[in-house]
Ligand binder design. Structure first.
Ligand code: VG1
Ligand code: CO
Length: 543
C-alpha cells in the first residue's frame, strides 16, 4: 500500500488569521503540524476527488519541503491533478489567475506574505477556493474546527517529481503538471494593458526601478518589464527569490523597502519606482522624490481606468477595506458607481467581485487589485500605473497633485506598534471600547466626535456577518481614527492606528501628512493611552 494513514493529535490554535495560517518556521517543523493543517483543509472540502489543485509559494525557507508533503497528501486524498509552479514558485496573484484559467477546484499558497523568512522567520499556508480567491470566513472556520478534532491524515509514500522539471509527471494516480510560474500570468497582463504604448514610453528613455525585495516578483517583473516591455536590464533590482529574502523584510513600505526609497529620493532619481512583497500581492508606488499612499493610488487608478484597454468599458463599482481612506469614495461618487466598505482582508472582496458589483478593490496596506483575479496584485498595479503614465506623459507627482486639486485630499497615515505585549494590546482595545458610549458629542481640540463604534459588516451577497473588525472614532467633517489589532503577526500583538482627515481646499493640500495629522495623532494617544499601555514612545512603522 502506498498510502499511509498516520495517527495524529490536534495542535492548539491552528486558526487562520487575516490571510491564512501564519507561524514561525519552527512551529511548522513540528512533526505532523503542517500535515494536520493540510488534512484539515481537505477534510473541510467536498467533492474534490479527481479534480485539480494548484500549489505554489513565494520561495521562502520551507517552501519546497511543504510542497512535497502537500503533493503526497493531495495524491493520498484523491485529487486528480496538481498544477505546481516550477521550483515550487507561484505568486499569490498568479495562483489566483491559474485557478481561474484552468478551472481548478482550489489552490494552496505557501507564504507568510510580507513577514520575514528563513529558518528563524515565518511560514504560512492559505487555501484559495475555485473563484481563485482566499477562502471566505465560513471555510476558514470549518478548517479551524477540523484542526481541533483531527485524528489522522493520509499521505502517499511515493516519491515526488523533481520540481525543476517542467512538464507532466505522475504521483500514483495523480497527475503532476510542473508549469512555468510566469507564462499564464504574463498573458493575462497583456490582455489588460496596452503593452505597445508602455514599450513606446520606455523607448523615450523613461526610467523605472522595481524592487522585488528578493521575493517572488523577481521572475515575473524581469519577464514582463524587461523582456516584454523593453525596460533596460537592471530595472528590476533584488530580482532573485531567496529563501530568507536576503535577510530583508519583504514588506514594500517606506521603512522596509529602504533600498528603493534611497534611490527614489537621491539626486538622479528615476521617474517611477515600485516594490512588491514576499508573495507578490502588494505594491508600493513612488515618483521622483514622491510617495503615493495606497489609498490615493486606488482612487487615482479608478479615476484613470477608462484610459486602459482592460477597463475601457468603465468600472462597475469600487470596494475598499474600512481603514482605507475615503479618497476612492469621491471618485466613485463622480463616476456614479457604488463604493463598498469591507473589513480588512482580501477575502471580503470575493463575493462583490463574483457578483460583478466591484471592478477595482483596494486596501491601505499596499493592496490593489481588480476583477481579473480574486487576490490583490502587486505587479498588476505597477503595470496599471505604467499604462496611465504612458497615456498621460506626466510625472507621478503631477498626476497625484492634479487628482487632489480635482477631488480634494484625504490626508492619511497608519501607525503600527509591532510585537507589543498581547495582553496589553487587548487591554488597550477593551478600555477604548468601554469609552465609546460616552464619546459622541465630545470635543478634542478642533475635532468633535460624531460616532464611535466597533465595525461590523454584513456581506451583501451571502449575508454573513463579521463583527469586531476595528474600533472607529468618527469626527464631524469626515476625519477619523481607527484602531485594530493585526491578524497576520506572529510575535505578541501588533496595534494599527489609522488616521485620516479630509482637506477640500486645493491651496492647503501641500502639507506633510504627519504634520496635517498631528492633532489627530495626539488625540489617538489621549483616547487609547497608547504610549503608557504599549510602553512605546513612537510607532515601529509609519506609513
Ligand atoms: C495585513 C493588512 C491587510 C492585508 C493582510 C494580508 O493584515 O493590514 O490589509 O489584507 O495583511 O496581506 P493585518 O491583520 O496584519 O492588519 V498579505 O500581503 O499578507 O496577503
Ligand atoms: Co502579500
Amino acid at each position: 500500500m502506498t498510502v499511509q494513514i498516520i495517527t495524529t493529535q490536534p495542535f492548539a490554535e491552528q486558526r487562520p488569521g487575516t490571510s491564512g495560517l501564519r507561524k514561525k518556521v519552527s512551529v511548522f517543523q513540528h512533526p505532523h503540524y503542517l500535515e494536520n493543517f493540510v488534512q484539515a483543509i481537505f477534510n473541510s472540502l467536498e467533492d474534490f476527488q479527481g479534480k485539480t489543485l494548484v500549489v505554489g509559494g513565494d520561495g521562502r525557507y520551507y517552501n519546497k519541503t511543504a510542497i512535497r508533503t502537500i503533493l503526497q497528501m493531495a495524491a493520498a486524498n484523491g485529487f486528480g491533478h496538481v498544477l505546481v509552479g516550477q521550483h515550487g514558485l507561484l505568486s499569490t496573484p498568479a495562483v489566483s489567475a491559474i485557478i481561474r484559467k484552468y478551472q481548478a477546484f482550489g489552490g494552496i499558497v505557501l507564504s507568510a506574505s510580507h513577514n520575514p523568512g528563513g529558518p528563524e522567520g515565518d511560514f504560512g499556508i492559505k487555501y484559495n477556493i475555485g473563484n481563485g480567491g482566499p477562502a471566505p470566513e465560513k471555510v476558514t472556520e470549518a478548517i479551524y474546527q477540523h484542526t481541533r478534532v483531527i485524528k489522522e491524515y493520509r499521505i502517499s509514500q511515493l516519491p515526488v517529481p523533481d520540481l525543476s522539471m517542467l512538464g507532466h509527471h505522475q504521483l500514483g494516480n495523480m497527475g503532476v503538471e510542473i508549469i512555468d510560474p510566469v507564462a499564464d500570468y504574463a498573458q493575462l497582463m497583456k490582455q489588460l494593458f496596452d503593452f505597445e504604448k508602455i514599450k513606446d514610453l520606455f523607448k523615450t528613455g523613461f526610467t523605472l526601478r522595481f524592487d522585488a525585495m528578493h521575493a517572488i516578483t523577481g521572475p515575473y517583473a524581469k519577464t514582463i518589464l524587461e523582456q516584454q516591455l523593453g525596460a533596460p536590464s537592471g530595472t528590476v533590482m533584488n530580482g532573485e527569490p531567496l529563501e530568507d529574502f536576503g535577510q530583508g523584510h519583504p514588506d514594500p513600505n517606506l521603512t522596509y523597502a529602504h533600498d528603493l526609497v534611497d534611490i527614489m529620493y537621491a539626486e538622479q532619481a528615476p521617474q517611477f519606482g515600485a516594490a512588491s512583497d514576499g508573495d507578490g500581492d502588494r505594491n508600493m508606488i513612488l515618483g521622483n522624490h514622491f510617495f503615493v499612499t495606497p489609498s490615493d493610488s486606488l482612487a487615482i487608478l479608478a479615476a484613470n481606468a477608462h484610459l486602459l484597454p482592460g477597463y475601457q468599458q468603465g468600472l462597475r463599482g469600487i470596494a475598499r477595506s474600512m481603514p482605507t481612506s475615503a479618497a476612492a469614495d469621491r471618485v466613485a461618487e463622480r463616476l456614479g458607481i457604488d463604493c463598498y466598505e469591507t473589513p480588512t482582508g482580501w477575502k471580503f472582496f470575493g463575493n462583490l467581485l463574483d457578483a460583478g458589483k466591484a471592478t477595482l478593490c483596494g486596501e491601505e496596506s499596499f493592496g490593489t487589485g481588480s476583477d481579473h483575479v480574486r487576490e490583490k496584485d502587486g505587479l498588476w498595479a505597477v503595470l496599471f500605473w505604467l499604462n496611465v503614465l504612458a497615456c498621460r506623459r506626466q510625472s507621478v507627482e503631477a498626476i497625484v497633485k492634479e487628482h487632489w486639486a480635482e477631488y480634494g485630499r484625504n490626508y492619511y497615515s497608519r501607525h503600527d506598534y509591532e510585537a507589543i505585549d498581547a495582553g496589553a494590546a487587548q487591554q488597550l482595545m477593551d478600555r477604548l471600547n468601554q469609552q465609546f458610549p460616552h464619546l459622541p458629542g465630545k470635543k478634542f481640540g478642533n475635532y468633535t466626535v460624531e460616532t464611535a463604534d466597533d465595525f461590523s459588516y454584513i456581506d451583501p451577497m451571502d449575508h454573513s456577518i463579521s463583527t469586531k473588525q476595528g474600533l472607529r472614532v468618527l469626527f464631524e467633517g469626515g476625519s477619523r481614527i481607527v484602531f485594530r489589532l493585526s491578524g497576520t503577526g506572529t510575535e505578541g500583538a501588533t496595534l494599527r492606528v489609522y488616521l485620516e482627515s479630509f482637506e477640500p481646499e486645493v491651496s492647503r493640500q501641500q502639507l506633510d501628512a504627519q504634520v496635517a495629522l498631528a492633532e489627530l495623532i495626539q488625540i489617538a494617544d489621549q483616547l487609547a493611552n497608547i504610549q503608557v499601555l504599549t510602553g512605546r514612545d513612537k510607532p515601529s512603522v509609519i506609513t
